[in-house]
Design a protein around this ligand. Structure first.
Ligand SMILES: [Zn+2]
Length: 472
């Protein structure tokens, strides 16, 4: 069971017209793009990106070649200089790193850090094609699409925002891409965008390119190049940057309204490309995954097949003060782990994973937390919380009806669920218990155990639920 920033994607329609088409004169017009509503601060974007970038650098195989890095930074700097004034945000710092990985990909984190796969550079046929992908990514960052997307799913906000979002970023960036190989699942919010944001990034990217001295049509060509590479390595970038429809034509149409200012070409592309070709081959996602496993890193968020060996819950219980208003008793061989994502987790040795992921992944134990923002109806709020958890746990299913149960002396609900563990790949047994706090927020307890051990753990979970004392 993973608990981290919800990725609410349930059919919420985007406002019909995010793009206001500027009807200026026939020449030098360009599509006006208005950034979407965003309830996060600019500083939040910066913080989120900075927290994730260090982890991403640690976990991804960085190329670390000064010449190549300098080159990409040069191209990046001229694109950044072409970002329109109203989209320049205090504290944003655009950085460009090359990842020594074969799969065609690139991603950017909120606030500016960008990672380009070597495979992407090698696939590009010109500097302008490479710059096209970079400009597109820069546009996502400048338009603050990550947090704008999170804003839409924010109704049910659990715990501290930063920790949760970090989970989505690093969990995806470093976890999924490494271990799942072909699947670049960068937590929906931050690098996987909907069609409307793709359209915006294409058009804004084209505008940035032209101001930096690159023909924006090369971006359209690059997307064709990526598509043509197809096969195993092609669709990766495309799956996180879906075609908004008529992509090629829309970019070409925008390009027709733009004037390319100067010549941004550094003239270095071919020599950099030969340099890359002369190096030993880039790592494949699979190789990177193996290396990670060899390092003994916890394959969090990886759909891994890790064997977890954990002692059964002891019969004696220990009481903890989980928060200033909450006391809870758990099996004495479970420790208290601060989940840093708004919940407190109690788990046995070997049953809890964090580290590589700002979120919490645990295979055995109980997490208790408070979800804010509910409407005050226990049943409905519980449903919504469940939906929230489903976003980071796509296999999470209710296996029976919610039953009424007294929790902390007040009316509560307990729902039996099943899930597939990200850590072991095995089915797990889960109970979600909820009750309302005086301020309308929802107290929740999640019990998690491997399905074969459901009976043994259910009796422990029941004792935990009965032990809850609330003084809110
Ligand atoms: Zn995109």
């Amino acid at each position: 069971m993973t608990t981290r920033m919800p990725t609410l994607r349930h059919a919420r329609l985007l406002p019909a017209l995010l793009l206001a088409v500027g009807i200026a004169g026939p020449a030098s017009a360009q599509t006006k793009i208005t950034p979407d509503k965003n309830s996060y601060s600019v500083a939040d974007d910066v913080k989120l990106g900075q927290e994730a970038v260090a982890e991403a650098r640690k976990q991804l195989p960085m190329l670390n070649d000064d010449r190549v890095d300098d080159y990409v930074e040069d191209v990046g700097a001229s694109l950044v200089a072409a970002i329109p004034g109203e989209l320049r945000h205090a504290g944003f710092r655009y950085t460009f790193d090359v990842v020594n990985q074969k799969e065609i990909n690139a991603f950017a984190l909120p606030g500016g850090p960008m990672f380009l796969h070597r495979g992407m550079m090698e696939a590009a046929r010109s500097e302008a094609e490479m710059a096209g992908v970079m400009a597109h990514e820069i546009a996502h960052v400048a338009l603050r699409h990550g947090t704008a997307q999170a804003t839409k799913g924010q109704k049910f906000q659990i715990g501290a925002v930063a920790g949760q979002i970090l989970g989505a970023i690093v969990g995806g960036a470093a976890g999924s891409v490494i271990s799942q190989g072909s699947q670049f699942g960068l937590g929906a919010y931050f690098t996987k965008y909907g069609r409307e944001y793709e359209r915006q990034a294409d058009l804004m990217g084209a505008q940035i390119m032209s101001r930096a001295g690159y023909d924006p049509r090369e971006m359209a060509n690059m997307f064709k190049t990526i598509q043509a590479q197809g096969g195993r390595s092609g669709p990766e970038w495309l799956s996180s940057h879906p075609d908004p429809g008529n992509r090629y034509d829309a970019i070409v149409k925008e390009a027709a309204m733009l004037r390319v200012e100067g010549n941004g070409n550094t003239g270095q592309f071919q020599s950099i490309k030969s340099r890359l070709t002369g190096m030993s081959p880039a790592y494949t996602a699979e190789q990177v995954a193996k290396k990670q496993a060899g390092n003994g890193r916890t394959p969090v968020g990886t759909g891994g097949r890790r064997v977890v060996d954990v002692d059964p819950p002891s019969a004696s219980f220990r009481t903890y003060q989980a928060s200033n208003f909450l006391r809870i008793s758990v099996p004495a061989n479970w420790g208290e782990v601060d989940g840093s994502d708004g919940g407190m987790t109690y788990a046995p040795d070997g049953g809890f994973f964090q580290g590589n992921n700002g979120g919490t992944v645990f295979t055995h134990g109980v997490q208790v937390g408070v979800a804010q923002g509910g409407g005050g109806n226990l049943q409905r709020d519980t449903q919504e919380l469940l939906q929230t958890f489903s976003q980071s746990n796509p296999d999470l299913r209710a296996t029976g009806n919610a039953r009424r149960e007294t929790i902390g002396g007040r009316q509560g609900l307990t729902t039996p669920l099943s899930n597939v563990s990200e850590v072991t790949g095995e089915r797990e047994y889960i109970t979600l218990s909820t009750t309302q706090l005086r301020d309308g927020s929802l107290l929740y307890l999640i019990g998690v155990a491997p399905q074969p051990e459901a009976n043994r753990y259910e009796s422990a979970f029941r004792r935990v639920r009965q032990s809850v004392q609330i003084a809110d």
